[in-house]
Design a protein around this ligand. Structure first.
Ligand SMILES: [Zn+2]
Ligand SMILES: [Zn+2]
Length: 354
């Protein structure tokens, strides 16, 4: 008889289901891990609300997790049953045109079929190329919350590597969700003298302050956010990082720059979105416009080192915990917009709460 497990998936737009499915079997080079803790992510919420071109419905959800090796596929030498691990869901193939140009974050072969995907479940299968490059032993005393944040921290490390932080004395972060907050923490750690955050909701803005933001602009209290930014930085900011994923925020990020400024567009807007640019300003003010997506194995190692050294107060980006059996409630809370990341624990514990 095949063993079964509970798995959360998006059955239809806006509809989550917990289904009884077979526990995955590891193929050659693969691992199957028991999920100890998973985290919700903006990508999960987007897929739930409006679908995702890479993940046709019904699709399992969840890709930020830490676990314990439960089954080891043939030929895996680095891990044994019972080993606690940290992992990210993907790894570059090393052979496609993008990988061969050194753009491993843009690997052409990263697709739904070869990811460790579906962490809102009791077990998860980790493909062989991910096992080879992006799975690591978890130190026994590492907090599960920190360990489960390896993937989002890797993404933010990548964005910081893309930014040119030399002589950037004032950096604006647009958005005080979990990703904006991770940017705040890393920008301060990299020594940026003044980090200004523009965001909504008192709990999020309080977290931004706790993570080191020097100034916080409350969008709920401002009818003219550009004027609020100019009041703090009359010539504009040296750099802006957009972490909202809305065209208004993309536009505002560009408008907030001083001469010679740089913007990092990080938040993904709905498909088909576009913004307009004042070409004179881009040219005569010599603006730099950049995008950043995903991460490379080298970014993952930087993030891993930060996590292992407990260099950042990462628990500030997590605002609650739910057992897997209450995944639906967790998504209702996410939709409310008051919370940050939510931890999902497959094995219910007495202390589980929101
Ligand atoms: Zn994520
Ligand atoms: Zn590739």
């Amino acid at each position: 008889m095949t063993a079964t497990m509970l798995q959360g998936l998006v059955a239809d737009l806006g509809r989550l289901e917990l289904r009884e499915v077979p526990v995955p079997e590891p193929g050659p080079g693969e691992l199957v891990a028991r999920v100890d803790l998973a985290m919700t992510c903006g990508t999960d919420l987007k897929t739930f609300r409006r679908g995702h071109p890479k993940f046709p419905l019904p699709t399992p959800l969840g890709h930020e997790f830490t676990g314990t090796v439960a089954r080891v596929g043939a030929g895996v030498g680095r891990f044994r049953e019972g080993d606690p691990i940290l992992a990210v869901p993907s790894a570059p193939c090393g052979e496609c045109p993008s990988c061969l140009r050194g753009l491993e974050n843009l690997c052409d072969r990263i697709h739904a079929g070869n990811l460790a995907w579906g962490a809102f479940a009791e077990f998860i299968r980790i493909p062989a190329h991910v096992v080879r490059r992006n799975v690591f032993p978890r130190p026994p005393d590492l907090d599960l919350t920190h360990a489960a944040l390896l993937e989002p921290l890797s993404c933010v490390v990548h964005g910081i590597e893309v930014l040119d932080l030399a002589r950037r004395d004032t950096v604006l972060v647009l958005g005080a969700g979990p990703i904006g907050l991770l940017y705040v923490a890393l920008l301060k750690r990299r020594g940026v003298p003044r980090v200004v955050v523009l965001g909504k909701r008192a709990t999020r803005l309080a977290a931004a302050r706790a993570l080191g933001a020097d100034e916080v602009l409350d969008l709920d209290a401002s009818s003219d956010p550009l004027a609020s930014i100019r009041a703090l930085a009359p010539e504009g900011v040296c750099a802006a990082v957009e972490c909202v994923g809305r065209t208004e925020a993309w536009q505002l990020a560009e408008a907030s720059l001083r001469k010679g400024g740089e913007v990092l567009f990080y938040g993904g807007c709905p498909g088909g979105s576009s913004i307009s640019l004042d070409t004179r300003r881009v040219h005569y003010d010599a603006l730099t416009l950049k995008g950043a997506f995903h991460f490379t194995p080298s970014d993952v190692r930087i993030a891993l080192d930060l996590i292992r050294r407990r260099a950042l107060p990462l628990d500030r980006v997590v605002s609650g915990e739910y057992p897997l059996a209450r995944l639906g409630e967790a998504f209702e809370t996410l939709q409310g917009g008051e919370c940050l990341k939510l931890a999902i624990r497959p094995k219910a514990t007495d202390g589980a709460s929101a």
